[in-house]
Ligand binder design. Structure first.
Ligand SMILES: [Mg+2]
Length: 238
């Protein structure tokens, strides 16, 4: 019997990469408009190369970029970038389709819902609050809560402990096989690959189920409950 669901946050509940792209694009446009003498595409590419080195959550990416490019930070460009980034981000941060309706249905069925995210604690909570999802999950286990990232078993164990559930009683939903699926499987947790959030072109997720829409989770639960074959396609969510 499934009593709880563990969700990854970025690219599983919210379209993080899309939000990031739009926000960086706006920031670069703002810097170019303010007089920064770098072609838009070049600046965009360099910022993403920096993210590869320092991590996508880095909070001073424009400072790094300007320092690397010009040897110093020109604050007029920096301020323009930050303001444009925030405006664009706030406007474009949304959940994937059917997230809210699905969470309501899962809660209605009496399931406990948790988030396990490798994002920094404050960033994870800010995103949850902005999407008004902060009341739906307990616990929310972030990087600082255990000091370990998935696929370490520690964040999974922490969530199970807080939910007072066993590995066999939960499923893990995520978009990153090497972290979300591998981590959960070590503990014997069933896994669901959020194919709709995949930006890396994953061909073999290694998950027990693969879904194209978060609404199909309800069908996953029914399959587990009634022991139907796992390999069948799910009904599309309209
Ligand atoms: Mg993710």
């Amino acid at each position: 019997m499934i009593r709880g669901i563990l969700f990854d946050l970025d690219n599983t509940l919210l379209d993080f990469m899309h939000m990031k792209r739009v926000a960086i694009d706006a920031a670069v446009s703002a810097m170019v408009d303010t007089g920064m003498p770098v072609p838009h595409e070049e600046a965009f590419r360099e910022i993403y190369q920096l993210y590869e080195q320092v991590g996508i959550e880095h909070q001073e990416i424009f400072q790094l970029f300007l320092k690397q490019r010009f040897g110093e930070v020109q604050y007029k460009w920096l301020a323009a970038a930050i303001i444009a980034y925030r405006r664009a981000r706030d406007g474009v941060m949304v959940t994937y389709p059917h997230v809210r309706a699905t969470l309501v249905e899962l809660l209605r069925r009496g399931l406990k819902l948790a988030v396990i995210s490798d994002a920094p604690r404050l960033n994870a909570w800010l995103r949850l609050c902005q999407l008004d999802l902060h009341h739906s999950f307990d616990p929310v286990v972030t990087f600082e809560d255990t000091g370990h990232r998935k696929p370490s078993p520690m964040p999974f164990e922490r969530a199970l402990e807080r939910m007072a559930l066993k590995p066999s009683e939960v499923i893990m939903v995520g978009d990153w096989p090497e972290r979300d699926m591998v981590g959960a499987k070590q503990l014997g947790i069933r896994t669901v690959f959020a194919r709709y959030g995949d930006v890396k072109g994953v061909t073999k997720s290694g998950a027990d189920f693969e879904i194209d829409d978060i609404g199909q989770l309800v069908q996953v639960l029914d399959r587990i409950e009634f022991g139907q074959p796992l390999a069948d396609q799910f009904e599309p969510i309209v």
